[in-house]
Design a protein around this ligand. Structure first.
Ligand code: 5GP
Length: 197
């Protein structure tokens, strides 16, 4: 555990389109420890099928700013220079820990670095695509983004790679089942470590 009186925080980052959403779903189903997803707040409009309070809390710019000024966020950032804000609410971590689970944060590099500052024991995991070419192929296959957005995400990913060294673990998402198993092993080891000595 991260300290004697608090449950762990798990932080996962990696380029969008790298298969993070699928990994997150599989982690929640297969985790060897009780793991609950921290639902972030965002000013981005919902994509088709997205429901507020499910993967995100969708907030207006005003509401987001009000909560930011009230100090309700553990971290928040404008992601991918998109003009949209994303943030982890402190109340999410409290809710998850009160339920006896490990908090699972799927957030960008900037937010992750901030969380690592606040929780030095955080289980931080950087998810990598096997290669830049493979990453571009996955982004294009997804078919949901314009060329301009894809180019911006490729630049962001290249930039974010520099921060991969700040994470305690790096996992290559070459094959879904293997990557999920590797992350499960990390969590098992962290759990065993927390009970040792
Ligand atoms: P998307 O709009 O595709 O759902 O997410 C875009 C990016 O926002 C992803 O890279 C994701 O990691 C990041 N993100 C999602 N929630 C948060 C959050 O609470 N804080 C930060 N800093 N980034 C987030």
């Amino acid at each position: 555990m991260s300290s004697s009186n608090s449950l762990p925080v798990v932080v996962l980052s990696g380029p969008s389109g790298a298969g993070k959403t699928t990994i997150v779903g599989e982690m929640l189903r297969n985790s060897p420890v009780p793991l609950a997803l921290s639902i972030s707040a965002t000013t981005r409009p919902p994509r088709p099928g997205e429901v507020s309070g499910d993967h995100y809390y969708f907030l207006s710019d005003e509401e987001f700013r009000r909560r930011r000024e009230a100090g309700e966020f553990l971290e928040c950032a404008e992601v991918h220079k998109s003009g949209y804000w994303y943030g982890t609410l402190k109340s999410e971590i409290d809710r998850i820990h009160a339920a006896g689970s490990w908090a699972f944060l799927e957030i960008d590099v900037e937010g992750a670095l901030r969380v690592m500052e606040l929780y030095p024991q955080a289980v931080s995991i950087f998810l990598e695509t096997p290669s830049a070419e493979e990453y571009e192929r996955r982004l294009r296959n997804r078919g949901s983004e314009s060329d301009e957005v894809i180019q911006r995400r490729l630049r962001t990913a290249e930039n974010e790679l520099k921060y991969a060294v700040s994470y305690r673990y790096r996992v290559v998402n070459d094959e879904l089942d293997r990557a999920v198993r590797e992350i499960c092993d990390i969590l098992s080891r962290e759990d065993a470590g927390s009970h040792a000595g």
